[in-house]
Design a protein around this ligand. Structure first.
Ligand code: GDP
Length: 362
């Protein structure tokens, strides 16, 4: 499954956030394919649609979608030169599919800031520069390697070097590869380099309890992120870690006091799922109501393949009910009678929330 790496300077609240994310815990038995390591958190994707489906179907079991977070320590200025845990840090980040940048937007004299003052834009620039410099080293190495082949007339190498040379000045300015002026085709050409700054990224602004409004630090982060086209989620890690300790009844009460209907982490988890390019379809039966994870744009056979490769290979069609129809007509029977159950074929691009039932050859 896909992973989001949580990065940020020391003391911004990464561990607090990571621990809150993983505290809720999951039933490992439901996810045998996930390796549980101390710095990897397997987190359920909160989705109110599961409760709506369960209200109709009354299943024995409900299985939500999951997403993995990796707590990646060790980012300091100079990481790209191997300072601190630099090399390990870069290797860990390379294995993730998207990057969650945690930046500090809370003042607290008791919590030391590594740079001496709280300025999330400085922090963003430090992080961005380290990652861009690491990519620059990767790109320069590739230029050397493929440059030789290019000189001997290798057409692919000539084309690749041309793309890489476009990246050099961009990365040199500390800008991410994802914002470089490359065509989709050119992006594909550099895919094998596994550049860090080509991965999708978002910001988590860690704010004080009362820091969601009238917070100039948060406003700065929002402005900066908007210019990059990156999403921002504001949370208070300290509060989230308190919420994560509570049982369900206390949780609801505490959230009500805060004037919230769900933990801020839910917003973060959904944003991360979206950042990874993922979406959900459902299967709904009395045994199990389940959320399945697919990529945006996946077709019905690809969606079937997430359940079992045989389903994809022998795919005939998908009985499909849109989520809203399923709820409005109170389940499969009602939707069918209302003419809302469609038979979709191999080309069908699954929509987020579709309730599917696959027919296949064995
Ligand atoms: P990391 O180094 O980025 O993993 O940061 P930690 O999660 O270890 O947090 C560093 C310190 O900041 C700890 O003492 C936390 O208790 C504190 N901290 C984390 N989040 C918040 C917050 O939202 N508000 C305040 N006031 N302190 C926080």
């Amino acid at each position: 499954s896909l992973k989001c790496g949580i990065v940020g300077l020391p003391n911004v609240g990464k561990s607090t956030l990571f621990n809150a994310l993983t505290r809720a815990g999951i039933e490992a038995a439901n996810y045998p394919f996930c390796t549980i390591e101390p710095n990897v958190g397997v987190v359920e994707v909160p989705d109110p649609r599961l409760a709506q489906l369960s209200g109709i179907v009354n299943p024995q079991k409900v299985v939500p979608a999951i997403v993995e977070f990796v707590d990646i320590a060790g980012l300091v200025a100079g990481a790209s030169k191997g300072e601190g845990l630099g090399n390990q840090f870069l290797a860990n980040i390379r294995e993730t599919d998207a990057i969650v940048n945690v930046v500090r937007c809370f003042e607290d004299p008791n919590v030391v800031h590594v740079a001496g003052k709280v300025d999330p834009i400085d922090d963003i620039i430090v992080i961005g520069t380290e990652l861009a410099l690491a990519d620059l080293a990767t790109v320069e190495k590739a230029i050397q390697r493929d440059g030789k082949k290019a000189k001997s007339g290798d057409k692919d190498a000539i084309a690749l070097v041309k793309v890489l040379e476009k990246l050099v000045p961009h990365l040199n300015e500390g800008k991410p590869a994802r914002s470089a002026p490359l065509s989709d085709d050119e992006k594909l050409q550099v895919k094998s380099l596994c550049l860090l700054t080509i991965k999708p990224a978002m910001y988590v602004a860690n704010v004080a309890e009362d820091g969601f409004e009238n917070n100039p630090l948060l406003d700065k982060v929002r402005t900066h992120a908007a210019a990059e086209g990156a999403p921002v989620v504001a949370v208070c890690a300290a509060i989230e870690s308190e919420i994560a300790e509570l049982d369900d009844a206390d949780k609801i009460e505490f959230l009500a006091e805060l004037g919230q209907d769900e933990p801020g982490l839910n917003r973060l988890i959904r944003a991360a799922y979206d950042l990874l390019g993922l979406q959900t379809y459902f299967t709904a039966g009395v045994k199990e109501v389940r959320a399945w994870t697919i990529h945006k744009g996946d077709t019905a056979p690809q969606a079937a393949g997430v359940i079992h490769t045989d389903f994809e290979r022998g795919f005939i069609r998908a009985q499909t009910i849109g989520f809203d129809d399923y709820i409005q007509y109170k389940g499969e029977q009602g939707a069918k009678e209302a003419g809302k159950m469609r038979a979709e074929g191999k080309e069908y691009v699954v929509k987020d929330g579709d309730v599917l039932n696959f027919l296949f050859n064995v």
